[in-house]
Design a protein around this ligand. Structure first.
Ligand code: 2BA
Length: 108
């Protein structure tokens, strides 16, 4: 079994949630904030059998789109900016996934 941690842009969150539920994945949603842009995103915790991980990845990929976001020095605390630079474009998403091995899963 795997635990998939999927960080998804809030704009895609509804579409991802409903697709996962429709395909019978059990999902926990957390409201999270990206450390760089400091804007909201959604983190999913999904416990899944090994043979369904690829299907899960396809669904998350299908419903998460890449977009650009203009960051100003103010909203990113200036990280990664060259001297004199006031804003820059960053590509956000589609989704960032971590796949972890699960030692056991129990429900009481
Ligand atoms: P944020 O940390 O708010 O990052 C938003 C976007 O800003 C990132 O998009 C990336 O394009 C850019 N970015 C992040 N850190 C940067 C830096 N130090 N310098 C320049 N540009 C930077 P994504 O890579 O698509 O990430 C979207 C969100 O996924 C992130 O939001 C964060 O919440 C999460 N994430 C991404 N990689 C992660 C990782 N290795 N560990 C934990 N969370 C991660």
């Amino acid at each position: 079994m795997k635990l998939v941690i999927a960080i998804v842009n809030n704009d895609d969150s509804m579409a991802v949630s409903s697709a996962l539920t429709r395909h019978k994945f059990s999902v926990t949603k957390l409201s999270t904030t990206g450390g760089f842009l400091m804007i909201g995103n959604t983190t999913y915790l999904i416990g899944v059998e090994d043979d369904r991980v690829d299907r899960l990845k396809e669904i998350v990929k299908k419903y998460s789109s890449k977009r650009t976001h203009t960051v100003t020095t103010k909203d990113s605390f200036g990280y990664g900016f060259s001297e004199g630079e006031m804003s820059k474009e960053v590509t956000v998403g589609g989704a960032t996934l971590f796949v972890l091995d699960v030692e056991s899963m129990e429900k009481y």
